[in-house]
Design a protein around this ligand. Structure first.
Ligand code: HEC
Ligand code: HEC
Ligand code: HEC
Ligand code: HEC
Ligand code: HEC
Ligand code: HEC
Ligand code: HEC
Ligand code: HEC
Ligand code: HEC
Ligand code: HEC
Length: 321
């Protein structure tokens, strides 16, 4: 067994991140962790419930040797180092629940937790009994995915991952495309963030486990902080801000995933973009009208030929430099 090859120090180091996680269930009665409510009064009753029917992963090896072998090489093997916790948080049974009745019944599938056909809520709660810690999964139980019955195992496969990194059922972006076809076509536009090429990932901007922001964006989309991680040069603050950049956000002018137009612009011609707001009658969000000497009839130049610092400037209120 692999555990025996580790020195006690190595074992302790491996176990540390585990011990620091909040390893408690949600108290649902369907869950094998359901008995682990943190009430001190029931401590001894809990102790009994926490060990009842648990047999340990080695007992599964006899009949499920392939799964046992792959589990041994997966990050979840580490749960068996966590001897501080009850058996309900170790090995196979941490996910499948107590196995003694299943074994006594010669592999009776009605006597063990099978994931197939379960609701996202039930599955998520089971995984979150260990993964609730840290900012990454703070919103997971109430994410847009969770609300739409997309569970942990729609994206993760503990036993048969295509990508060992993160135990993903499929690698990005195919994983996401398998449900988000419209986004696939956006990223195949002539101009796009290079997600299909693997330079950027969907998860650079989105957290599939949910966030407190719209569209599961990692950071607020109105402040567009999610963009500044990579585009610090347009962040400012500038002495002369171009109002829509800060007020309406990047997507008032850009199609973030992909666009048929250069610079991911929403319209094919820069001038048309500007003239959406800088109309002669000047009704667009208090934007000043384009001065008459700009007459497009006399010369056709891109507005940005003169107004070059379109995201804001420290030197010119007209964004000339
Ligand atoms: C005595 C042999 C035996 C042992 C030991 C055993 N199982 Fe099973 N298990 C089976 C058989 C047989 C099936 C039914 C397989 C089938 O229907 O395809 C099964 C099915 C399962 C299934 C459901 C598979 C599905 O989706 O249909 C799970 C989950 C499972 N076992 C987990 C475990 C766990 C966890 C342990 C250890 C606690 C364990 N088994 C120990 C024989 C065993
Ligand atoms: C991290 C949670 C987790 C752990 C730990 C785990 N399983 Fe599973 N198991 C699952 C999920 C989820 C499925 C459903 C299939 C899927 O989506 O990959 C599953 C499916 C199965 C199946 C059905 C057949 C199959 O290949 O999908 C069997 C049998 C099984 N597990 C046995 C075991 C055994 C034996 C162990 C320990 C060696 C174990 N599991 C450890 C989560 C887990
Ligand atoms: C819509 C797809 C999707 C769903 C649903 C999902 N995940 Fe993930 N998860 C990912 C992707 C993609 C990554 C790797 C990329 C990243 O976020 O950095 C990941 C990473 C992880 C990681 C490792 C990385 C880390 O930073 O912690 C864990 C653990 C994890 N997910 C657990 C869960 C659990 C538990 C659930 C269910 C509550 C869940 N995931 C639901 C797609 C998903
Ligand atoms: C008993 C606690 C426990 C349960 C239950 C559990 N996990 Fe884990 N999980 C862990 C531990 C511990 C690790 C290893 C963390 C590490 O390597 O730092 C891990 C690792 C992972 C990773 C890989 C993270 C990476 O960095 O590659 C994913 C993905 C993941 N778990 C998803 C799930 C899913 C999905 C479920 C439910 C089917 C689940 N886990 C159930 C404890 C658990
Ligand atoms: C199993 C199917 C499935 C997979 C896989 C999946 N999603 Fe989703 N996703 C959905 C559903 C269903 C919704 C909610 C309905 C909608 O808005 O389309 C959703 C919603 C979203 C939203 C919020 C949309 C909004 O309007 O607020 C984002 C962002 C998102 N998913 C990103 C991702 C990313 C990134 C991945 C890959 C890591 C991914 N999804 C993988 C099914 C999936
Ligand atoms: C460069 C950052 C970035 C990347 C990379 C990215 N997104 Fe988005 N995504 C956004 C922003 C910003 C929005 C909100 C756009 C808006 O409000 O107009 C969004 C919106 C969405 C929506 C909601 C759709 C809608 O019409 O409202 C979904 C679904 C989505 N993204 C999925 C994905 C998927 C899947 C991937 C990877 C294939 C991905 N995103 C990659 C930034 C990104
Ligand atoms: C993870 C890094 C990253 C994030 C986050 C990111 N971008 Fe980008 N972006 C890039 C890279 C790299 C390019 C270079 C173009 C390429 O892929 O060839 C680019 C290109 C662009 C371009 C086109 C530039 C040109 O000259 O054609 C625009 C516009 C843009 N990004 C806007 C945004 C917006 C808006 C956001 C936030 C919603 C955002 N980006 C978030 C990395 C990022
Ligand atoms: C008022 C419309 C508008 C808004 C709002 C806007 N942009 Fe732009 N952006 C443009 C135009 C027009 C260009 C093309 C400039 C050119 O032709 O030289 C551009 C070009 C870019 C480029 C590539 C060239 C460069 O300057 O680096 C990036 C990156 C970019 N924008 C990111 C962003 C980000 C991030 C946001 C949100 C913080 C944003 N933009 C908001 C109009 C806008
Ligand atoms: C979404 C609406 C919108 C778009 C699109 C837009 N602007 Fe603006 N623009 C504004 C607003 C609002 C102001 C701020 C007016 C104020 O500060 O009183 C402004 C201010 C300006 C100013 C400064 C005017 C002054 O008097 O200081 C210039 C120059 C300008 N925009 C040029 C452009 C150009 C060139 C484009 C196209 C690349 C463009 N704008 C696209 C809304 C927009
Ligand atoms: C040949 C250079 C040049 C081009 C091209 C150009 N502008 Fe200007 N723009 C100017 C100058 C010069 C001013 C006036 C500065 C001043 O008043 O001192 C100005 C001022 C403005 C103002 C501020 C008006 C006010 O009353 O505050 C707006 C808005 C504006 N331009 C929009 C546009 C738009 C939209 C386009 C494209 C259709 C464009 N500009 C193309 C040079 C140019």
């Amino acid at each position: 067994m692999r555990r025996l090859r580790l020195g006690p120090v190595a074992a302790l180091i491996l176990a540390l991140p585990l011990l620091s996680q909040p390893l408690r269930g949600q108290g649902s009665t369907a869950s094998p962790h359901g008995a682990n409510s943190p009430s001190a009064a029931n401590a001894s009753a809990e102790q009994k419930a926490a060990t009842a029917g648990y047999v340990g992963s080695e007992a599964c090896q006899a009949c499920h040797s392939d799964l046992y072998k792959s589990w041994e090489n997966s990050p979840h093997w580490k749960t068996s180092l966590n001897t501080e916790e009850e058996p309900s948080h170790q090995g196979c049974e941490a996910c499948h629940g107590p196995g003694s009745a299943h074994i006594a019944g010669g592999g009776d599938v009605s006597k063990i937790f099978v994931f197939k056909g379960r609701s996202a809520k039930e599955i998520d709660a089971r995984c979150m009994s260990c993964h609730a810690g840290g900012p990454q999964h703070m919103m997971a139980l109430n994410s847009i995915h969770a609300q739409n019955n997309v569970s942990c195992i729609d994206c993760h496969s503990p036993h048969h991952p295509e990508s060992r990194e993160g135990l993903l059922a499929k690698s990005q972006p195919e994983l996401c495309y398998s449900c988000h076809l419209a986004q696939k076509s956006q990223f195949s536009m002539p101009f796009h963030h290079r997600v299909p090429e693997g330079l950027i990932q969907c998860t650079d901007c989105h957290n599939p486990h949910g966030t407190e922001h719209a569209k599961q964006l990692r950071m607020s989309s109105t402040l567009d902080a999610v963009c500044f991680k990579c585009h610090a040069d347009v962040q400012g603050p500038f002495v002369y801000e171009h109002a829509p950049v800060k007020v309406e956000g990047c997507s008032s002018c850009h199609m973030v995933h992909g666009s048929p137009n250069p610079h991911l612009l929403k319209v094919s011609n820069v001038n048309l973009l500007c003239l959406q707001c800088h109309t002669a009658s000047s009704i667009g969000f208090g934007a000043p009208g384009t001065p008459s000497f700009h007459s497009q009839a006399t010369f056709f130049q891109a507005c940005t030929l003169c107004h070059v610092q379109i995201h804001g400037s420290n030197f010119s209120s007209f964004f000339f430099k």
